[in-house]
Design a protein around this ligand. Structure first.
Ligand code: ADE
Length: 396
């Protein structure tokens, strides 16, 4: 047995973020985070947009602590407390013979954790960082505490951290079933298809602002529930049939239907009711609560054409092309764009009404991504975010 109180046990996980194509907007229970309608999302490639979280446990830790992107944050909020409580409740006996560590099921309640999390993309800017963050926290705590629950149950716990986090427990295409029960036990995510099912899709995110959102999703949602007559109508009448049609579109890889439903749902979510059908569904767009635009293209060829138009209209402010497009950079060479001079030489898109109108600097940068897999354990110990001797975040 390791000397009493000296050992530190750690687990590290990485979870992707997700973008809803049928939106979650409005809660029927604030504390349990139960939605008023089902929602559907695509999980993005964790190489481009993910949270990485290390959770350490030791008898020498006097309290639970957390660091997000290197800064200590409070764990006293109800959402963190719910996730910690629900995972601790389900912890099982653990034994590491080599390290001579034995933890009985009932001991987990008295052991404190240190959590260090890092997002590889802007936090709280409408890119669903809390979805990746809470999915990662629940997944990694579950690994550390030897929780045997299936992914559906884990998604239901992640939901109590941040609603859309339940969808980040799976890769590919994911549905969050709103559930009917008052205790929320049937409000969980299911995978509709994995990331290999429709791997041609290219997802380009125009990051307009990587600053914190001015209105949190929670208060925006509350405001809509209280003031928007459209919300109940949307939840009860529009979304159920849209969800069914979206499931069909995904199953059949029917991009025209997928794009039409995605854009229509984004429009309705923003209550702009744009019903003008001038759009030919070559590309789908969706906007979350933040200002960033998510564009989904059916294949690489369309994505390169789209990128050329985007870079024509939104050229970078400085000369560094490689930091202006992050993620899958190979799309730049596919588009024949090797330098800023190539971007400057792009022709105006033929459909532009005022061809010399450019919006230099309006987009901070673009992320090119694709569908991705669900959470994974990071077993390379050198990638842990907590020092195995001090129990504190590395570099702090
Ligand atoms: N909110 C935003 N990012 C987060 C993370 N990585 N972990 C927990 N909460 C978060």
């Amino acid at each position: 047995m390791a000397p009493e109180g000296q050992w530190i046990l750690m687990a590290t996980g990485r979870s992707p973020t997700n973008i809803a194509v049928i939106k979650y907007w409005g809660k029927r229970d604030e504390a349990l985070i139960l939605p008023v309608n089902d929602s559907i999302s695509v999980t993005l490639d964790p190489d481009h947009l993910s949270a990485t979280t290390t959770v350490a446990v030791s008898p020498s830790f006097p309290s639970d602590r957390m660091w997000l992107n290197g800064k200590e944050i409070s764990l006293s909020g109800g959402r963190f407390q719910s996730c910690l409580r629900e995972i601790r409740k389900r912890a099982c006996d653990f034994e590491d013979e080599k390290k001579e560590i034995r933890i009985k099921k009932e001991d987990w309640e008295n052991l404190h954790v240190h959590i260090a999390s890092y997002n590889n993309f802007p936090t709280a800017a409408g890119l669903a960082s809390s979805a990746a963050g809470f999915a990662c926290l629940v997944f990694t705590l579950g690994k550390l505490m030897n929780v045997k629950e299936d992914y559906g149950q884990l998604s239901s716990i992640a939901r109590q951290g941040s609603g859309s986090a339940c969808r980040s427990i799976y890769g590919g295409f994911v549905k969050w079933c709103m559930g009917k029960k008052d205790d929320g036990s049937d409000s969980m995510a299911v995978q509709l298809a994995d990331e290999a099912h429709w791997n041609d899709l290219v997802i380009i995110i125009a990051v307009v602002s990587s600053k914190q959102k001015e209105t949190s999703s929670t208060s925006g949602m509350q405001n809509s529930v209280e003031t928007s007559p459209l919300l109940q109508y949307r939840a009860q009448t529009v979304v159920p049939s849209r969800v069914m049609k979206m499931e069909e579109a995904i199953k059949n890889r029917d991009f025209a239907s997928f794009a039409k439903l995605t854009c229509a749902d984004s429009n309705q979510f923003h209550a702009t009711s744009n019903s003008v059908e001038y759009f030919y569904w070559q590309v789908a767009y969706t906007f979350d609560a933040g200002p960033n635009a998510v564009l989904i293209s059916p294949n690489r060829k369309t994505a390169t054409l789209l990128l050329k138009k985007l870079l024509y209209c939104f050229p970078p402010q400085d000369k560094d092309l490689s930091s202006y497009l992050v993620g899958d950079k190979s799309i730049l060479s596919d588009a024949g764009l090797h330098s800023i001079e190539d971007v400057e030489a792009l022709p105006a898109p033929p459909e532009m009404k005022i061809p010399d109108q450019k919006f230099t600097g309006d987009v901070s940068y673009f992320i090119c991504s694709r569908l991705g897999a669900g959470p994974k354990v990071v077993s390379d110990e050198s990638q842990a975010l907590i020092d195995s001797v001090t129990g504190l975040p590395k570099g702090v």
